[in-house]
Design a protein around this ligand. Structure first.
Ligand SMILES: [Zn+2]
Length: 385
C-alpha cells in the first residue's frame, strides 16, 4: 500500500461486454475498481448517512460520491487534506468521485452572484462569503484526494428558456469546463466533463460536440431528472450517449430510481448517483422489486416477512420483519435509518449486478423488459411550458 492508502493504478475504463447499446465494464482508479454499470452511494458530508464504511461495502457498493460544496464549507478541504485525504478521513478505501460544488451553490447557497470567472455566494451553514471558480473547484477536489473530479458548470433552474441556456453554455459552462481540465493535475486521477444544454437537442449537441474534442477521462450527462417528462428525459440521454466516445465512461447525474436506471443502461449509461434511495430510506420508504414500500403504513403492522427474501442487507439477512421496521420508524428509533438505508443500497446494487450479468450474457433486452414489466411506473410529470 502507498502512504496515502492508494492501491490501484491510474484511472482507466474498459468496456468488457455490450448487449444492444448497454455496456458492462470496469472503472479502475487509484483506490481500486468498480464494475459498471455502477450506482454510486451518495456520501454528502463524507458519510453515507447512517452507515459505517463496512456496512456500505456489504451492500455491494464499490464507489461513493462526496459533495465538494458541503466539505469545503465544513470541515474545509485543508483539514481533510491534513487528515490524509478523504479516503483516510472517512475510512473508505474504495473509489470516490467528488462533484464540483456547483449544484449545491445553485440549490443551497444564497446571495449568489455569477460572473464570467466564477460564482460568489454565502454558504448555508454560517452565511460566510465564499467564491468558486473552475480552478478553485479543481483545487478543492485535489486536496480532498478524490479519484474522479467533476468540472464546474452552471446549474440553471428548471424551466429555463433556450436563450438563457445558450448564453450560460457559451459564456460560462463550456469555458469553465475547459478551464477545469486545464488545471487538473492529470496525476492518475480522473476529471469528467458535464454535458448540459437544457432540453434543447441543438444545445445538448453543441455542448457535447465541443467537450469531446478535449481529453476528459469521462463524460457526465447533467441537468436531467429535474421535472421533465419521461419522453424528454430519455430523448436527451439517447442523444447524449450517441454523441459520446465509446471508450469513455458515461455518468448520468442525479438519477437512481430503479426504472430510470434500467432505461438509461439500455441507452449506454455506465454510472449513476442519486440521494433519493438513501434519503427515502431514512423517511421509511424501502425499495422492492414490486415497487417502493412505505413502512409507516398500517398494512405492515403484523407483517412478519423481511423486505425481500434473499436480500443481504443488515435487516433482511437476519430476517428482521416489515412489522419491526415499521415499529422502529413510528418510535423514531435511529436503527430504522441504518437498516433501510442498507436495504435500499443492497437492492440497487443487486439490480445493477443483475444488469451487468445480463449484459455479459447478451440478454439485457430481455432482462430490462422483465424488470420494467414488474416494477410500477412513477407518476408522469408534464413538461414545463
Ligand atoms: Zn434487505
Amino acid at each position: 500500500m502507498k502512504a496515502d492508502g492508494a492501491r490501484g493504478g491510474p484511472f482507466r475504463f474498459e468496456v468488457g461486454a455490450t448487449s444492444g447499446r448497454a455496456r458492462a465494464g470496469t472503472l479502475r482508479t487509484p483506490h481500486g475498481e468498480a464494475a459498471t454499470p455502477a450506482f454510486m452511494a451518495v456520501g454528502t458530508a463524507a458519510t453515507v448517512k447512517a452507515l459505517t464504511p463496512e456496512q456500505i461495502a456489504r451492500t455491494g457498493t464499490e464507489i461513493v460520491l462526496c459533495n465538494t460544496y458541503h466539505l469545503a464549507v465544513r470541515p474545509g478541504e485543508a483539514l481533510i487534506e491534513e487528515a490524509g485525504g478523504l479516503h483516510a478521513f472517512m475510512g473508505w478505501d474504495g473509489p470516490i468521485l467528488t462533484d464540483s460544488g456547483g449544484f449545491q451553490i445553485f440549490s443551497l447557497a444564497s446571495a449568489r452572484e455569477v460572473d464570467r470567472d466564477g460564482v460568489t455566494f454565502k454558504n448555508h451553514v454560517d452565511g460566510g462569503t465564499m467564491r468558486l471558480t473552475p480552478e478553485r473547484a479543481m483545487e478543492i477536489q485535489r486536496r480532498l484526494g478524490s479519484d474522479v473530479a467533476m468540472v464546474l458548470d452552471e446549474c440553471l433552474p428548471y424551466p429555463s428558456s433556450d436563450d438563457v441556456v445558450r448564453e450560460s453554455l457559451r459564456e460560462r459552462t463550456l469555458p469553465w469546463e475547459i478551464r477545469s481540465l486545464a488545471c487538473h493535475p492529470r496525476d492518475g486521477r480522473a476529471v469528467f466533463a458535464i454535458g448540459q444544454g437544457g432540453f434543447s437537442e441543438e444545445l445538448r449537441r453543441e455542448c457535447i460536440e465541443e467537450l469531446v474534442r478535449h481529453p476528459f477521462d469521462g463524460f457526465a450527462i447533467g441537468g436531467l431528472a429535474v421535472g421533465e417528462t419521461r419522453g424528454t428525459f430519455l430523448r436527451m440521454i439517447d442523444l447524449s450517449a450517441g454523441l459520446l466516445p465509446p471508450g469513455k465512461p458515461r455518468y448520468l447525474m442525479g438519477v437512481g430510481s430503479p426504472r430510470e436506471v434500467v432505461e438509461a443502461i439500455a441507452l449506454g449509461v455506465d454510472l449513476f448517483d442519486c440521494v433519493l434511495p438513501t434519503r427515502n430510506a431514512r423517511n421509511g420508504q424501502a425499495l422492492t422489486a414490486a415497487g417502493p414500500v412505505r413502512l409507516r403504513n398500517a398494512a405492515w403492522a403484523r407483517d412478519r416477512r423481511p423486505l425481500e427474501d434473499g436480500c443481504g442487507c443488515e435487516a433482511c439477512r437476519i430476517g428482521l420483519s416489515r412489522a419491526y421496521l415499521r415499529h422502529l420508524f413510528l418510535a423514531g428509533e435511529m436503527l430504522a435509518g441504518t437498516l433501510v438505508t442498507s436495504h435500499n443500497l443492497a437492492f440497487l446494487q443487486r439490480l445493477l449486478g443483475a444488469a451487468r450479468r445480463a449484459i455479459r450474457s447478451g440478454e439485457f433486452a430481455r432482462f430490462s423488459a422483465e424488470f420494467l414489466a414488474g416494477y410500477p411506473a412513477a407518476p408522469e410529470a408534464a413538461d414545463a411550458p
